[in-house]
Design a protein around this ligand. Sequence first.
Ligand SMILES: [Mg+2]
Length: 271
Amino acid sequence: MLQQPQRKESTRRSSQKSQETSALSSLVTQVPQGQQQPKMPNSFMDKSFTSNAGGELLLGPQPSRKQGWKTLILDLDETLVHSQFKYIDTADITLPIEIEGQINTIFVQVRPYVQEFLRRMNEKYEIVVFTASLSKYAEPLMVKLDPQGFCKYKLFREHCTLHKNAYVKDLKRLGRSMKDVIIVDNSPIAYLFQPENALPAVSWYDDRSDKELLRLANILDRLVYEDDVRKVLRTLVQNDHICPKQEQLYLSVPTKPKRDNTTVRHSESSK
Ligand SMILES: [Mg+2]
């Protein structure tokens, strides 16, 4: 007889958990921990597919201080943060989010070195956050994650292109020269249309000793001087991972003289 209420309680908890999981999955686009990064299905690899680059551009003009700079597109979930509904006392940010009339708390862990990464990249790039998650979660999160406002533009799920049930970030819709755009993302599907612009990030969940953002920053510090970032990324990235050998080679080349903002500028846009 004692087991019955326990079973009921266990069923209630399990149902509550699945409701929470489903609520989170409706808000946040994540790669579950323990799963491999989603690979592009063969049908996605069809090179004849051309993205729909028509329509309204997603970004406005570059900030005046950054006219002509390269654009760094940053993913949010599992690239800069990891979020969950389950209470954790190690959360760096807690976000109350209203879902179907109820306030739910989202517990956010921030990847090590995010602030340093944003500050460092802000000196060299126009930074844009582009997430496949919903704005009602991502917008208040960005207020806390980027209090200094290094990311002028923020793009959400509604700015993605739905392709075969996947949210793709079509970089051609940004209104920037493709030779000057780099996307840092943990999900290959996100950069499906322009894989040659991707600098893949390893998915992050809770490892406090993670140094991936410092690793990426070292590469990005150099990429800013390239005439066409795609030429380097094509060699550097293999099977949706940064090739350690190529990375070492690229970083071992003596640094080019530091240019001021004027010389980092790129001339005519070539889309
Ligand atoms: Mg992600």
